[in-house]
Design a protein around this ligand. Structure first.
Ligand SMILES: Cc1ncc(COP(=O)(O)O)c(C=O)c1O
Length: 415
């Protein structure tokens, strides 16, 4: 049997796919001394979970359970939920949008697959277009989401050194060029893997560049406002007709509900609905049903402000103190943690690659994510691409501490 080009492209071994296999195997082993500091799962926050459970019970008792699971929604997602969400976003941010500006998908990963391939790749006039990531490292899930080869372009960051052995990646506007082959600009804000929050000023510059070149600006807001709001710096959330804002319920604690939300002009939301109709008929209804009342009553703000934010703030404070206590003798820099729940460590001058460090840690049951794969389209000979690792710090305190201790033992040998 021979696979098509599509089959070949989407089944080929990818670095991140292998890591996911590793994580899955490790989780399934139920080993008592596992330190899972790798994956992107949100923290299991008891108060958030009981709130979702309560909503599910309400859906069952009120009879809405049947309509949630027993009907296909339209391809853009349930109308009532989109109406309520549009009203909420207008109230919070004054955007003046309607349900027609909202399309639901089966998770952000699904949104990006649609968006990237809608806008870039092989164009009707025979040209090829790309999605531009203005600031690599970027979310690794974008890297393989193109139907054609070579669909992404990106730029190295400018590195700004800060106090307390921290640094921040900045968009290098001096070198950033947007040619005719660029179909859209895309960035995650807060950024996975680095925890960066591109500043309002940088975002305004990117927005102006997008407008000037008549291409959309896609903002991946999976960790941002208004939910889950895992953001520790001051940043303004913006939307306009030329912005495509992607949200998700995953980091709120509902990755299994597979719900992505795209807010865009109607040409884009209608196109996404058309794609969804063909590819999945309709988006999952569970996430929308679970969130409807929380948004309508404003309880979503209680969830994010009083439950989710304090939890991640505490995780971050703990992670920072471990960084200071355990890694202070090593040439390790930390990306300023402004959002999401990752620590991005740069081990400057490390004698081995981060892939090799990953293998050594894995042999000791500590799972981190090596940095190489996040430098999408960046020259791999740039040493920095091999000197970074991502740690998910939303793990139980003891596990994180032990994981850091083992990391320090391994760093002793290679720094
Ligand atoms: C920045 C970013 N975007 C998108 C996604 C995909 O999220 P979803 O579960 O909504 O598909 C993730 C998941 O880790 C992410 O970190």
């Amino acid at each position: 049997m021979t696979f098509s080009k599509f089959g070949e492209k989407f089944t080929r071994r990818s670095g991140i796919g292998q890591l996911m296999v590793d994580l899955g195997k490790a989780n399934a082993s139920n080993h008592p001394d596992l330190y899972m500091l790798g994956g992107g799962n949100p923290a299991a926050i008891a108060d958030a979970q009981s709130l979702f459970q309560h909503e599910m019970e309400h859906l069952i008792q009120s009879g809405s359970f049947q309509s949630m699971l027993g009907l296909y929604d339209g391809p853009n997602g349930e109308q009532a939920f989109r109406d309520i969400l549009a009203g909420f976003l207008n109230q919070e941010f004054g955007w003046g949008i309607s349900a027609e500006n909202i399309c639901l998908t089966n998770g952000s990963q699904n949104s990006f697959f649609y968006l990237f391939n809608l806008l870039a790749g092989d164009m009707p006039d025979g040209s090829k277009k790309k999605i531009l990531f203005p600031l690599a490292p970027e979310y690794v899930g974008y890297a393989d989401a193109g139907l054609s080869e070579d669909m992404f372009a990106s730029y190295r960051p400018r590195i700004e050194h800060l106090e307390n052995r921290q640094f921040k990646y900045r968009v290098d506007f001096e070198h950033l060029e947007i040619g005719d082959d660029i179909a859209a600009i895309c960035l995650s804000r807060p950024t996975n893997p680095t925890g960066n929050v591109v500043t309002d000023r940088e975002l305004a510059n990117l927005k102006a560049l997008a407008e000037k070149n008549n291409i959309p600006l896609i903002i991946d807001n999976a960790y941002g406002q208004p939910f889950p709001n895992v953001i520790h710096s001051d940043a303004t959330l913006q939307w306009d007709d030329n912005t495509v804002l992607c949200m998700s319920l995953s980091k709120l604690g509902l990755p299994g509900a597979r719900t992505g939300i795209v807010i865009a002009n109607e040409k884009i939301t209608q196109a996404l609905g058309a794609l969804g109709g063909i590819i999945t008929l309709a988006p999952n209804s569970v996430g929308a049903a679970l969130l409807t009342r929380l948004i309508e009553t404003g309880e979503i703000n209680h969830l994010t402000q009083n439950i989710i934010k304090p939890h991640y703030n505490e995780c971050l404070a703990n992670a920072l103190s471990l960084f200071d206590q355990i890694l202070s003798d090593f040439p390790v820099h930390l990306h300023k943690p402004e959002g999401a729940f990752f620590m991005w460590l740069w081990i400057e001058g490390m004698k081995i690659s981060s892939q090799e460090l990953y293998q050594r840690l894995k042999a000791r049951n500590v799972f981190v994510i090596p940095g190489e794969e996040f430098f999408i389209d960046i020259d791999p000979t740039w040493k920095h691409t091999q000197e970074c690792i991502r740690i998910n710090y939303s793990q139980p305190k003891e596990k994180l501490k032990r994981g850091f201790e083992i990391l320090a033992q391994e760093l002793q040998k290679v720094t």
